[in-house]
Design a binder for this molecule. Sequence first.
Ligand SMILES: CC(=O)N[C@H]1[C@@H](OP(=O)(O)OP(=O)(O)OC[C@H]2O[C@@H](n3ccc(=O)[nH]c3=O)[C@H](O)[C@@H]2O)O[C@H](CO)[C@@H](O)[C@@H]1O[C@H](C)C(=O)N[C@@H](C)C(=O)N[C@H](CCC(=O)O)C(=O)O
Ligand SMILES: Nc1ncnc2c1ncn2[C@@H]1O[C@H](COP(=O)(O)OP(=O)(O)OP(=O)(O)O)[C@@H](O)[C@H]1O
Length: 495
Amino acid sequence: MKTLRTLLSAIGINDTSVPDTQTIEQICQHSQRCKPFSVFFAFKGLRTDGSHYINDAIEHGAICIIAEESTLRPRLPASVHYYTVKHPHTAFALMCSAFYDYPQRQLVIVGVSGTDGKSTTSDYLYQILQRQGIKTGLLTTVNMDDGSGKQESPFRQSTPEADQLQEFLYRCTQNGATHVILECTSHALSKTFDRLGGIEFSAAIITKVTSEHLEFHHSLEEYTNAKVNLVRALKENGILVTSTDNPRISAFSEALTPTQKAIILGLDVPMRIEFMGYQGVVVEILGKRIHTPLLLPSLATNALLAVFCAADLLHKPAEDLLPLIEQIEPVKGRMQLIENALGVRAIIDFAHTVDAYEGIFFFANRTSEGGNLIAVFGSAGERDTTKRSPMGKIANRYCSTIILTEEDPRYEGNQVIFSDLRFLMHNSACTVLEIEDRREAIKKAVSIAQTGDTILFLGKGHEKTIERESEKIPWDEITEVKHALRAEEQRRQCK
Ligand SMILES: CC(=O)N[C@H]1[C@@H](OP(=O)(O)OP(=O)(O)OC[C@H]2O[C@@H](n3ccc(=O)[nH]c3=O)[C@H](O)[C@@H]2O)O[C@H](CO)[C@@H](O)[C@@H]1O[C@H](C)C(=O)N[C@@H](C)C(=O)N[C@H](CCC(=O)O)C(=O)O
Ligand SMILES: Nc1ncnc2c1ncn2[C@@H]1O[C@H](COP(=O)(O)OP(=O)(O)OP(=O)(O)O)[C@@H](O)[C@H]1O
């Protein structure tokens, strides 16, 4: 247990008036999660201002309040300590780290970022390190391992808030993990949220930076700059691993210091990726020809990034680790084929960006062998709107039928989202239907598919809910698609 004085000094506040026996039970940023002897951080948010909840936090047991510099000092009981700081999110991360005894200092931490491919690359690296006997922690949108075994991530965010993140790292140290792989999102890396503040990374993998989350970052430069923060957080001898697929390599390599290094696949290490459709991608690299079970070339690149990062961490030749990608296991909801007796190729994938759409529609088109292509998708409400029309355009170019449906409409509602998605759909040979209820949309797609056709179910992957307004409806895309296929098989058998 830490004293308040120690925790305050971790964020540069040295207050000798605080009794040095005063201990702290918890640090929180939501008033209702405070319990007796908590420190409450009052953040100015996008919807409300945490400083409006200071009294609520005190009622729940907060004894110390940290607010932003511009916050007007509220009237407080004399027993409550109150401070302001310039960067409260960074202070929150640093104090949480101190609260858990700086767990990152005991761990080799790899950060994985990029527009697409963070979860898969992280998972592939985890698999490689585990197979090399390294006890490895993992935290992605999909999975978590705190050293006690792999399970689905319980967190709401891909990179959780600093209190949850630091507690996770602490558990990793307690469970004997030596290495940890963290999926690092642009939100978490941004100075606005700084959820990873205080963590020094041994390696940074950047898959590919295209465009996403512009509703938050406002420009591609700002978005890229947030991701570059991962390289800025590298240790003195840290390594950047990326590939020539990444159109923004220079933004990242320019942030390296002379003692840090980079491996750029495709440039430092020539490679060739051969598309083999449903047989899985073949890669030629370092004189080897390796057959992977991964279907998309981008996923194979992710696996290679993982291999070269692992080789550097383990001081092993990459050649020795390359064969491991022959047995790499897929990640839930990523290019997941659902078996069926209809003779239809049913694929669930988490593609939800323009670049990921390019990849998956290229795959589906190249492998269609004359069959029709049907796609079921929507786009997230209250999030980046700039990607919607280009995504719709790509789908419309290749599909015979598109069924627009809900993804997470939130308060924006489906009709606005559908209209954005349709904006550049000029190919009249493609039928575009709108079925808001995702379950009905899936059933419809399955009902019109014939032997040899391909159906893509996009944008939900592993996710467990659909967010309609403020409601979270439980959802399991894999189960829903399986049910629809089974029902259709029975219907056709009875005919
Ligand atoms: C858009 C976004 O990032 N929102 C984050 C933001 O919410 P906000 O600004 O709306 O917060 P707010 O509701 O205005 O509240 C302000 C403050 O008042 C506090 N409060 C509020 C109410 C109350 O009763 N008491 C109280 O103390 C809140 O805890 C908060 O600290 O600050 C909150 C607390 O700091 C975050 O939980 C919340 O993440 C939400 C859950 C979210 O959906 N974030 C997404 C966009 C996100 O982070 N995504 C990334 C990227 C994913 C990807 O790349 O795919 C991720 O890492 O997951
Ligand atoms: N390197 C890549 N380049 C382009 N598309 C990719 C790449 N890797 C994966 N994809 C596509 O993106 C989808 C999501 O992959 P993944 O879950 O690894 O991304 P992510 O960055 O973790 O996504 P999120 O941040 O939303 O959790 C995949 O299903 C695939 O269609």
